[in-house]
Design a protein around this ligand. Structure first.
Ligand code: COA
Length: 415
């Protein structure tokens, strides 16, 4: 069976996490992704957080599946010529260097256009145009400048970053969508274009509901579904809301049986209005269904803390899975707090290909997250990440270089 992006060639100039996430997705959809790395060194993540000496780290392997690796020194004049040949052959160049690095290498937008007017040049940068456009940015910086950190954590504590890599992998996802959209537009215009996904913008897009709340706060001075209401005070900016739900249905994380010794014995519980009567019955507070102080969503808002404390009295008598089973019977939305260990061992995630076991010639078997986007006509088979320069000769031959020319370029350190 063919793949959705069969025939699309990606010149992958990405490193670390944000760019590689993007090109890995494109590879999973069938694009031929040719990762360009520096000989002898490669993507810095190959050696970061290593768990096995001399083997590519999980950091690298889990972000670079289904790609080919070629080594080119793009600062060497002969290496530059090889890169030019690749630019002429590929459809998309993806990069996430520090601002200006591609220009310094001599590959400005104008030069790339001269070489291949159909080329799409896609970039991740920390910031879009403006005062910070020249700054280098990593994940947690993006979370801080995109509004995530100031709105995450508890009111009485400092800002907190989340474990979800919304700055890196989140921006990689945004960039991937930009690339396929530009490829689609190119089918009509015949022209390439620049695609920019700034990490600050990507994080802010994912924090959209907090900008919504900022404006609600400015208009009304209060947000009744936040834990600060009714006893705390609201300042000028959206406060941290602990584990309150970001939507219109109040929710909180509650202890379950075993919480004293298991740090993940908790459940997220949503007091969705349409199932309020069922919630009252399950926790044994049937009278709340008709009591005017509890019967409506508006009446419950100033009492949320007490209501959740009462529900928790019930959840602490059940394990998180027992609670989930009971609550699901009544259509009450909830979710157990799953540890990474539980997720890694989850059979259903393995069956769908979301958790995949991959074999690697140096490091052996390891687990990875497969393609979270499932296409019925373009299934994903996850193959291992390439060794450094594993495909240099193969790709050079495809570009028309003879064996002798390849050896000569190797001798001068161009590849
Ligand atoms: N041959 C020769 N030189 C190469 C090369 C190759 N194959 N590949 C990269 N280089 C050079 C670049 O040209 C650059 O050189 P220059 O600084 O002399 O112009 C240099 O390697 C390093 O690039 P840089 O991107 O500055 O790496 P860094 O390790 O200093 O910074 C980041 C890392 C992530 C902070 C930075 O790349 C960045 O801000 N990227 C954009 C935002 C981003 O994606 N952040 C998230 C990362 S997960």
């Amino acid at each position: 069976m063919g793949k959705a992006l069969d025939g699309v060639r990606i010149l992958d100039f990405t490193h670390v996490q944000s760019g590689p996430t993007c090109t890995q997705l494109l590879a999973w959809f069938g694009a031929d992704v040719i990762k360009v790395e520096r000989a002898g060194a490669g993507d810095i993540t190959r050696e970061q957080l290593r768990d096995i000496p001399d083997a590519d780290s999980l950091y690298f392997t889990m972000l670079n599946h289904n790609k080919r690796s070629v080594t080119i020194d793009t600062k060497n004049p002969e290496g530059k010529l090889v890169l030019e040949a690749l630019i002429q052959k590929c459809d998309v160049l993806v990069e996430n260097f520090a601002p200006g690095a591609l220009d310094r290498m001599g590959f400005t937008w104008e030069r790339i256009q001269e070489l291949n007017p159909k080329m799409i040049v896609a970039s991740v940068k920390g910031f879009g145009p403006g005062p910070y456009e020249d700054c280098k940015v990593y994940e947690n910086v993006a979370q801080c400048v995109g509004g995530a950190a100031s709105t995450t954590g508890f009111d009485e504590g400092p800002p907190v970053v989340t474990g979800a890599q919304i700055g890196d992998s989140g921006t990689g996802l945004h960039l991937a969508l930009g690339i396929v959209t530009a490829l689609y537009q190119r089918t009509m215009t015949g022209r390439g274009q620049k695609v920019l996904a700034a990490m600050q913008d990507g994080v802010l897009n994912l924090c959209r509901v907090k900008l919504r709340d900022q404006q609600r706060l400015e208009r009304t001075g209060v947000m009744k579904e936040y834990p600060q209401y009714p006893n705390g005070t609201f300042g000028e900016a959206v406060p941290r809301a602990g584990n309150a739900s970001g939507g219109g249905q109040p929710g909180w994380i509650l202890k379950c049986k075993g919480w004293e010794h298991d740090p993940n014995a908790y459940i997220y519980f949503i007091t969705q209005a349409p199932v309020w009567v069922k919630i009252c019955n399950v926790i044994g507070r049937e009278e709340w269904a008709t009591d005017p102080e509890y019967a409506t969503a508006a009446a419950r808002l100033p009492r949320l803390k007490d209501i959740f404390a009462e529900i928790e009295r019930w959840t602490t008598t059940k394990t998180k899975f027992e609670a989930m089973e009971i609550l699901n019977k009544y259509d009450i939305p909830c979710g157990p707090i799953l540890s990474m260990k539980e997720i890694a061992e989850d059979d259903s995630l393995r069956k769908t290909g979301t958790i995949v076991e991959v074999d690697h010639p140096v490091r052996g078997k390891y687990l990875t997250v497969g393609n979270p986007i499932k296409l019925s006509d373009s299934p994903t088979e996850v193959t291992r990440s390439p060794l450094l320069g594993e495909h240099t000769d193969e790709v050079m031959a495809e570009l028309g270089y003879s064996r002798e020319q390849i050896e000569a370029l190797r001798t001068v350190g161009a590849i």
